[in-house]
Ligand binder design. Structure first.
Ligand code: FAD
Ligand code: SIN
Length: 537
């Protein structure tokens, strides 16, 4: 057993930003950061386009960024949170610059600013087309210099410990559910350990792996959301899954797809259908730079209409020098599969990209469970509403990591002792479980979950599809629970269990939402409802 004042689950931008701030503020205390994979294997590392921030007051303003965010969010953003993120953003971006992150500059020293769908101004700071890699590098370097951060890799957090584990009845109606720590599967010795923590931050990222193709890496399995749901905490707006319009199409693709950043369209890339037609003008006056939900639906519709598995992104009119300067990684990737972007168009299709909903938090990042905070993609703060504006998530993660930190400092100073302070938290009970006889039962079920979600709960939905999805997920859930009760735990089994839960939450939210709004489009209810509501599960 370990004990810590400050526990952080996740080593992406949200977890590391928070850890650095807490460690700096409490130099005599240890901050424990855990991740289930290598230090930098995060969604953060793969971010391409950049970070949206107002730092050119001559051409841009907070009001414009707020308005763009609200328009994309389609009536569901929390306006106070939008204002908080946009206005606190510049200070947070300056902090990561001070920690060593480099953003591209013009020859006069001013920042280069890109544009993406839904933005009325050029405001996206970037590091070529590998912004996330650069930000993650800077954060890890800073963490490595902070001697009171203990960084443990390859430890899979299984569940949040609450009073339920002490034998108390905990239901959704229990008013004071309290997080006492977590159970963790140590992947180096395959043992489950308990960590007792004063305060825990969940920064576990997204859940793109619930679909067959996604821009997300394999760690994105919605673990934090599933853990909070099991612990009877509140989860919100899970139906709003953002499909990125332009993942690189490769025949037979499955799992993580390479992204072609929206910044390519920001610089003038044009989407064309199989007949070479620049089709976006048929769908929206903003053409290729309309918000993502509109572009992804337009591509989906063109692919269905023309019976193709992808559309094309045309960059042949770019100067090679300019393209390579801004997008060296994309240029190389395309070349590696035989596409010279100066002569050939890039085949692209939509892929699951971002979860707008998640663990419901207040404006200080507090979840509905005491002592448990959530920040980054796993959280639902109210910023994104029904559709996230491009490049707003790195900003949100930093702003909310800071807000969690500020609240933790306040709480720490006024902390009253927990009702469960001296309770004996039981060790993990693995009695009656044995090694799974056939790993294929787990891998096959995972493929089925991804298939069901992609076939029935994709960009365009309807009630029959959602009902089918729910029936199939029910069965997969039942089978997975049986495996979980009888088998010794493995990361594959835990991820299957979490993804089945996340799939269920997406379908449940989608079923409750009897309208089409933002990223949720149901052909049985093509209009927006007059009732503007968040769906809390
Ligand atoms: P992550 O960076 O995903 O980190 C999650 C961490 O939690 C990982 O360390 C993981 O190992 C750990 N973890 C998860 N479960 C467990 C568990 N059970 N136990 C222990 N550890 C666990 N956003 C922008 O704003 N601009 C962009 O340009 C942009 N481009 C993107 C491009 C791509 C290809 C992708 C995939 C996303 C992009 N996004 C972009 C979105 C953005 O990158 C993410 O939303 C953001 O980085 C999420 O950060 P995070 O800290 O919440 O989670
Ligand atoms: C991209 O670079 O297109 C992704 C940006 C984002 O997801 O915000």
């Amino acid at each position: 057993m370990r004990q810590t004042d400050f526990l952080v689950i996740g080593s992406g931008i949200a977890g590391l930003t928070y850890a650095l701030k807490v460690a700096h503020h409490f130099p005599d205390k240890k901050v424990l950061v855990m991740t289930k994979a290598a230090a930098d294997e995060t969604n953060t590392k793969y971010a391409q386009g950049g970070i949206a921030v107002v730092n050119d007051m001559e051409h841009d303003s907070f009001e414009k960024h707020i308005e763009d965010t609200l328009i994309a969010g389609d009536g569901l953003c929390n306006e106070k949170v939008v204002e908080i993120v946009v206005k606190e953003g510049p200070e947070r971006v300056q902090e990561i610059i001070d920690w060593g992150a480099r953003f591209d500059k013009e020859s006069d020293g001013d920042y280069k600013r890109g544009k993406e769908g839904g933005h009325s101004e050029f405001r996206i700071l970037h590091h070529k087309d590998v912004t996330g890699r650069e930000m993650e590098r800077a954060l890890i370097d800073a963490v490595n210099k902070q001697s009171n951060i203990e960084f443990i890799k390859h430890c899979f957090v299984v569940d949040i410990i609450t009073q339920h584990h002490l034998g108390y009845l905990v239901t959704k109606a229990t008013p004071d559910i309290e997080c006492l720590g977590v159970y963790v599967l140590n992947l180096e010795n395959n043992k489950i350990e308990k960590i007792i923590a004063g305060t825990t931050l969940l920064a576990t990222g997204g859940n793109g792996q619930v679909y067959r193709t996604t821009t997300n890496p394999s760690i994105a399995t919605g673990d934090g959301v599933a853990m909070v749901y099991r612990a009877k905490g509140r989860i919100e707006n899970m139906e709003f899954i953002q499909f990125h319009p332009t993942a690189l199409y490769e025949p037979g693709m499955r799992g993580q797809a390479f992204l072609i950043t929206e910044a390519v369209r920001g610089d003038g890339g044009i989407l064309r259908n199989k007949d070479g037609e620049a089709f976006m003008e048929k769908y929206d006056a903003r053409k290729d730079l309309a918000p993502r939900d509109i572009v992804a639906r337009a591509i989906d519709s063109e692919m269905k209409r023309t019976g193709t598995e992808h559309v094309w992104l045309d960059c042949r009119h770019f100067s090679k020098e300019k393209f390579v300067e801004h997008f060296p990684n994309i240029y190389e990737k395309c070349l590696s599969i035989g596409i010279d972007i100066t002569k050939q168009m890039i085949p692209v299709s939509p892929a699951a990209h971002y979860s707008c909903g998640g663990i419901k938090t207040d404006e200080w990042g507090r979840s509905s469970i005491k002592n448990l905070y959530a920040a980054g993609e796993c959280a639902s703060t109210g910023l994104h509403g029904a559709n996230r504006l491009a490049s707003n998530s790195l900003l949100e993660a930093m702003v909310f990591a800071h807000r969690c930190f500020s609240d933790v400092v306040k709480e720490f100073e006024n902390k009253t002792s927990s009702a469960f302070a001296n309770a004996q938290i039981p060790d993990w009970d693995a009695k009656g479980t044995t090694e799974p006889k056939e790993m294929i039962l787990i891998t096959q079920s995972l493929k089925e979950v991804q298939q069901v979600m992609s076939d029935y709960v994709g960009i365009v939905r309807n009630d029959v599809r959602l009902q089918r999805a729910m029936r199939r997920l029910d069965l997969l859930w039942e089978e997975t629970e049986k495996l979980y009760e009888s088998s010794s735990i493995s990361p594959q089994l835990l991820e299957l269990r979490n993804l089945t839960t996340v799939g269920y939450l997406i379908v449940k939210g989608a079923g409750f939402r009897k309208e089409s709004r933002g990223l949720h489009y149901n052909t049985d209810y093509p209009e927006k409802s007059a009732l503007v509501q968040n769906i809390v599960l």
